[in-house]
Design a protein around this ligand. Sequence first.
Ligand SMILES: Nc1ncnc2c1ncn2[C@@H]1O[C@H](COP(=O)(O)OP(=O)(O)OP(=O)(O)O)[C@@H](O)[C@H]1O
Length: 355
Amino acid sequence: MIELKSIFQTYKGQTGPVEALRGVDLHIKPGEVFGIIGRSGAGKSSLVRVINLLNRPTSGQVLVDGRALTSLDDDALRVARRDIGIIFQHFNLLSSRTVYDNVALPLEIAGLPAQDIKARVEPLLDLVGLTALRDRYPAQISGGQKQRVGIARALANRPKVLLSDEATSALDPETTRSILGLLKQINREFGLTIVLITHQMQVIKQVADRVAVIDAGRIVESGPVIDVFTRPKHETTRSLIAEIVPQDLPESVLARIRTLMNAEHPEEGQLLRLAFAGDESDRPLLSDVIRHFGIDLSIVHGQIDEIQGKPFGTLAVFARGAREQLNAAVAHLRGAGVHVDQVPSLSNQELSHVR
Ligand SMILES: Nc1ncnc2c1ncn2[C@@H]1O[C@H](COP(=O)(O)OP(=O)(O)OP(=O)(O)O)[C@@H](O)[C@H]1O
């Protein structure tokens, strides 16, 4: 549905060129909710605005629904853009127009007759739950309601793709949940492809199917959300995930591990960090390894959460047993699809760096 090929975006900065995007390749499939996450200044807005050519990239190709937007002239691009709706952090509504007239605006620009406009706008107001507020002005409605107007307006031209540029960043957590719920509903009902950029992992966790992590203008990691959450590879991903899944063990847990460690011969104890997702979490894997390999396990820390109905979690366990048995147990867990980090040393100094 959307293909970005080797995208570079360089701005003329005040003190010299700023390379906001440095060779981005992305392939977003039809009907998926694709999240792009990164810290402030990573290049998220530049990237999302390249998709509809609000920003023309310095080099690279943008294909949407098989059409190379980067090769179109201005007139053809204007028409092609009707297939791509966009919603913004600050809603960008016209204050002098009512809710109804804001939603109608893109259809007026496209030259639809008033009757056709009415036939499109009314069901959209119904969809976003604003029929009763149709004659209010933006100053007379809440932030969440403004974003609902933004969504209805973005859908007016019946796009195939909806871009969301930090659309929930100015909203409180409850309103954010309801707006994301609405986006997911639209994605399911209309099969609309949604690309959302955000700096909030909560947003990715609630609605995205796949996610790409952008850092300093490059995609550093991408994949299904559940994989990226349970097995983050890049430091930026780890620190973003720490917002909702703590990546470092708390000091009190480290103190417990030190106590356990002091009670053991170093070669007989090992700290393991397990990450599991989906079906793995339903199986009695820990009791399996205790029974089959004759080892003891103490759970020292853990967290279980859910991503779109699928459980995922991390556990830190202190494993005791003969070295060979411990290694066999780790191999068994890995064979069952659990990601296992073996914390290699039990020295106090290294424990202070345990993640
Ligand atoms: N028009 C511009 N002129 C010069 N530099 C720009 C321009 N727009 C963005 N930049 C720079 O490009 C880099 C990427 O900016 P961008 O807005 O894409 O990042 P972002 O991840 O969306 O950040 P934020 O979350 O803070 O909005 C930053 O260093 C920014 O200062």
